[in-house]
Design a protein around this ligand. Sequence first.
Ligand SMILES: Cc1cc2nc3c(=O)[nH]c(=O)nc-3n(C[C@H](O)[C@H](O)[C@H](O)COP(=O)(O)OP(=O)(O)OC[C@H]3O[C@@H](n4cnc5c(N)ncnc54)[C@H](O)[C@@H]3O)c2cc1C
Length: 422
Amino acid sequence: MERFAIVGFGCAGCHALKALRAAGCSAAVDVYSDTGLPPYNPMLTTYYVKGKIPYEAMFPFGSMEQLKQELSFTLFDQCTAASIDAGARTLRRTDGTVQTYDKILVSTGARAFVPPVGTLPDERIFSMRSVEDAVRLKEALAGGTLRRVLVVGASMVGIKIVELLEERGIEVVLSDLAPHIFPTAAFAETSRRIEGELRERGIVLRFGEKTTGACEQDGRAEVSFSGGDREIVDAVVVCIGTRTALDCLAPEQVEIDRGVVVDEHMQTSVPDLFAAGDCCQGRDLSIEGTRLIGLWANAVCQGETAGKNMAGLDAAYPGNLLHNITHFMDMDFVSFGDKSLPGERRVFVDKGRQYAEATISDGRVRCINLLNLFKNSGAVKNYMLRALYRHDTPADAQMKAVLLKSGLPRELTELLMGGEGT
Ligand SMILES: Cc1cc2nc3c(=O)[nH]c(=O)nc-3n(C[C@H](O)[C@H](O)[C@H](O)COP(=O)(O)OP(=O)(O)OC[C@H]3O[C@@H](n4cnc5c(N)ncnc54)[C@H](O)[C@@H]3O)c2cc1C
């Protein structure tokens, strides 16, 4: 009987195993998980901290017992896959045991990147990725001693932390080295509008400045910035991004860029070694190449594709677009595509709190920001994806009518449908 390994049991690993079994594959599967927890959804951690969902709701796939019954696998729980010899198809566990596999999936995700914050003690520093991170922050908030908090990183995760702190009446300072909020996704005018609303709500914004040091001072934390200012806070939450968890792979054996590089079949540069989810760099439809796209739906599709191919089917995942759909503090910010792509920039909606701006080239929408236009976002994303990998799809009159009825301007609708927007 064939023997497979799934290394890392989050969204991508779990979807791979489900797809593998759904394809009728009866191989023995060893699952390695370093958490001691069932697969969880990192997106839900901030909702748990807020008190919007109970602890159990962070585990959308059910308990490990239910999963074992449903999917039949051997679990190596709280067990880190220390190294994989891609050529020999062996995996070494931290206890030194070595096991040979016919096929291996690496679905190890990513970890919050938290560099040292000056000389501050660990208990003042928080991040948000894992269930443990969420439990720690929730406990600290329950302690009632956090009056003022610095959130470093004006990212999608950072803003969710700002929101939950503000809801509790905690003073918040949001800082980023970049000059504006959501530096990788928002155009300057979109950022300016969001920043205006945040300031009105009392959030202190420190953009374009680096944190240069931090130390304990009279029972609080004193953080200094490159502009020379200091902030006194009770805790620092670091939301400056993630790093792929690829310690188990050897770069001299497998092609690794910022993530492990995969093709449309989730196959790495080594036969029978697959990768899926936040640890891998798959195809980005907006560029001629691969890129890390750390999104839940991407991990689902990549996991499913890897599982099917491991089962012997021929499945391909064409790729995705960078995108963010974020609701925070009565604002909806949606962005699709890469804001650094060249093209003509046009404003399509500028009405009260609603704003839409896009980059257009070759008669197509390459990147779009939608502010407080949430109800249009699903259709906009679908049409951008369709235009990028099915250039010849004829416009669908019914869908066009739906987009126009939803309030999307005619010019933008026609561009999304593949017309010239005239
Ligand atoms: C606060 C927050 C908000 C988010 N919001 C959104 C959102 O709004 N929309 C969206 O699409 N996405 C969002 N995301 C991203 C989304 O959660 C991820 O894209 C998705 O969870 C990736 O799944 P994964 O299976 O690749 O990785 P993970 O969920 O990280 O799972 C990987 C697992 O592998 C384990 N592991 C790592 N190394 C080893 C090893 N060597 N041996 C054994 N086990 C190992 C890890 O502990 C982990 O359990 C958010 C993430 C966070 C943190």
